[in-house]
Ligand binder design. Structure first.
Ligand code: GLU
Length: 475
């Protein structure tokens, strides 16, 4: 939700784009070509529900087709608008370029409160929306590939994939028309948690650079860092869970739509189970409840993770944000105005187009898996294990023959003998992607005197890649 006096979400993205291109050497024509959204399709369709026809409004926006297919999620939320999907589609263009997934940018949305419908009704609505987009090639494995976003999940993606397959019965690549599908419908392991996992890998990479950590007035590693997370949806939940369970971070506050919880170190899994059971964070026994949840965005902590809506940090509260490091798990959680205020305060922001790119990265792996019609690791896994076993056996034989008394630790043997399966490969590919993209941003951040923040660096890296693609096409 964007407040009055602030630019709209799309304007905010454009202003951030403009701020970066001022430091680049692009022709005004090319600059304009990259900035604008190519097209937005609006559809209104009726579905007969509970004895009467209900009309729904949906969008699919294509920001840039410098590479195809174009990629980006489909969001189900009441406040979906053309402005919002266009902003999100633009962010997809820059995100894909930054993490080198070979896609243009797109986004879709349906104005609906999914909680008001049962599963069967949602299936009817989703299939009908998909039908409208499929018949216009706005869902197509070669042209436009949606994925989950706010309010949608594996379930909706399975319906969309099935709808596409029914309408394209001879398309052997039909499954690649959408990503984020359940495993049994052509999905890939590790996709559900990919965006949260990406946040973890991004922070790990950030903390590998003491110079960068010092810019955020922090030191050391993630261990013991106090983290506040806003939104315990798919992204916020996984990010907070992994950071607390695997990196020693302490979740000191969880902000949800109906209030927030604070404590020394909240048990993320337990809170999530409570929300699933009761529908709210209220009355959770293991923490203090705070009615005005948004106030906690301003609480003292080391790392703030906005993982809910765009515009959560705006001109009205930016000055009071105390976190020295902010990682944007949501798309556009910091408005252009707030970004300016935070920059002046010296807050380090790890920007959305990098921070939450784990989702589209693993979507890319899923799309490749669908096109190659084989699970990652299926051919190599046992061959790899057999080769490692040869070496282990040979080492043990040598030790025995020569009386060296060497023993390989059981933990080493177990790890070394394990051949990489699909999940291992997905994690390795995601980790590599997050590290490589951070380093590309960092090079610009540290290497140029006129670039003061990571967001500008991210825009410069991605815009120059999009520009290079256009230029090689002769534009
Ligand atoms: N909706 C996610 C995003 O905003 C994922 C997009 C995708 O996987 O295509 O990045």
């Amino acid at each position: 939700m964007i407040r009055s006096g602030e630019p709209s979400f799309r304007e905010s993205v454009d202003l951030m784009f403009n701020r970066a291109v001022r430091h680049m050497d692009l022709s005004p024509g090319l600059e304009q070509k990259i900035r604008v959204c190519n097209s937005t399709y609006t559809v209104r369709f009726g579905v007969r529900l509970r004895g009467k026809i209900e009309t729904f409004t949906g969008y699919r926006s294509v920001h840039s087709e410098h590479m195809e297919p174009v990629k980006g999620g489909i969001r189900f939320a009441l406040n979906v608008s053309q402005d919002e999907v266009e902003a999100l589609a633009a962010l997809m263009t820059y995100k894909c370029a930054l993490v080198e997934t070979p896609f243009g940018g797109s986004k879709g949305g349906l104005c609906i409160d999914p909680r008001q419908y049962d599963e069967r009704e949602l299936e009817l609505i989703t299939r009908r929306f998909a039908y409208e987009l499929i018949k216009r090639d706005l869902i197509n494995p070669a042209q436009n590939v949606p994925a989950p976003d706010m309010g949608t999940s594996e379930r909706e993606m399975a319906w969309i994939a099935d709808q596409y397959a029914r309408m394209n019965t001879t398309d052997i690549n039909a499954k690649a028309c959408v990503t984020g599908k359940p495993l049994n419908a052509g999905g890939i392991q590790g996709r559900v948690e990919a965006t949260g996992r990406g946040i973890q890998y991004a922070l790990r990479e950030f903390f590998r650079h003491p110079e960068d950590v010092a810019k955020a007035k922090l030191s050391g590693s993630l261990d013991g860092k106090r983290v506040i997370v806003q939104g315990l949806g798919n992204v916020g939940y996984h990010a907070a869970k992994f950071l607390s369970e695997e990196d020693g971070a302490k979740i000191t506050a969880i902000i949800e739509r109906d209030g927030a919880l604070t404590g020394e170190a909240l048990d993320v899994e337990d809170v999530r189970q409570w929300i699933i059971k009761t529908g709210s964070v209220r009355d959770y026994p293991g923490a203090t409840f705070v009615e005005d949840g948004a106030k906690l965005l301003e609480a003292e902590c080391d790392i703030l993770i906005p993982a809910a809506m765009e515009g959560a940090i705006h001109r009205g509260n930016a000055e009071r944000i105390q976190a020295p490091l902010l990682i944007e798990a949501a798309n556009g959680p910091v408005t252009f105005g707030a970004d300016e205020i935070l920059r002046k305060k010296g807050t380090v922001i790890i920007p959305d187009m990098y921070a939450n790119a784990g989702g589209v990265t693993v979507s890319y792996f899923e799309w490749v898996k669908n096109l190659s019609h084989i699970r990652f690791g299926r051919m190599q896994r046992r061959a790899e294990e057999a080769r490692h076993e040869l070496l282990v056996n040979e080492l043990e034989r040598l030790s025995e023959d020569k009386g060296l008394g060497w023993t390989l630790s059981p933990n080493f043997k177990k790890k070394y003998l394990h051949g990489a399966g699909e999940l291992d490969l997905v994690r390795s590919g995601l980790d590599d992607t997050m590290r490589t993209a951070y380093q590309a941003m960092r090079e610009v951040w540290h290497g140029r005197d006129d670039v003061e923040d990571l967001r500008m660096a991210a825009y410069i890296v991605s815009i120059s890649r999009v520009a290079a693609t256009y230029q090689s096409k002769g534009l």
